[in-house]
Design a protein around this ligand. Sequence first.
Ligand SMILES: Nc1nc2c(ncn2[C@@H]2O[C@H](COP(=O)(O)OP(=O)(O)OP(=O)(O)O)[C@@H](O)[C@H]2O)c(=O)[nH]1
Length: 205
Amino acid sequence: MAPKPHRPRLPDCTGALVAGGQGSRLGGAAKGLLRLGGEPLVARALRVFDGLFAESVLVANDAAPYAALPVRATPDLLPGRGAPGGLHAALSAARTRWVFTAACDMPFLDAAQIAWLAARREGAPAVAVVWRGRLQPLHAFWSTACLPEIDRLLRQGQPSMWQLATAVGARLVPEESWREVDPEGRAFENVNTPEDAARLGLEVP
Ligand SMILES: Nc1nc2c(ncn2[C@@H]2O[C@H](COP(=O)(O)OP(=O)(O)OP(=O)(O)O)[C@@H](O)[C@H]2O)c(=O)[nH]1
């Protein structure tokens, strides 16, 4: 039988799973391998991405823990910069005009919510939600037009995600708008500690 054609909803966009962290608060665990309902978080995220994006990439210097996954892995080009370095690598690796970045430890990524955010990016270089006063840059769309400025800032120092978003002129979606699709901000949940894993019902492999 011929393989099913891949018809993503957002063909101008790459889904990037940022997975190069130390996981130090979880004893050095590869957080993307935590399981929800028996499925590793990265596998779940890639399933969501598959229906949405032209391609998925996994951004990590050490992709060995994720070797079994059918995804293109790419390293940080500027290592040691934390999540901003992951964003930089994702934009550098993308073959599309847009990148959606997600952390590898987000258990509740949702295709309809991501598509809702995508619909708010036109005319902006990037779009991210501000939830409870905090920018959510690892659940955000960034155009590859942002790359030169992000590259410049990362080569100069250690900018935060907030500084990068400000520098490129990201569009900020206020909390009250996001509540239309996600009243409790489930999309932004992520796992940092054993307590988070227990609270979110995750299994540690
Ligand atoms: N590619 C890349 N991803 C990173 C880097 N640092 C953090 N991340 C990812 O960014 C997301 C948020 O990271 P954090 O949870 O703040 O940090 P962490 O290193 O994973 O965990 P801690 O060591 O406990 O702070 C996670 O998906 C990490 O895997 C990095 O230097 N490069």
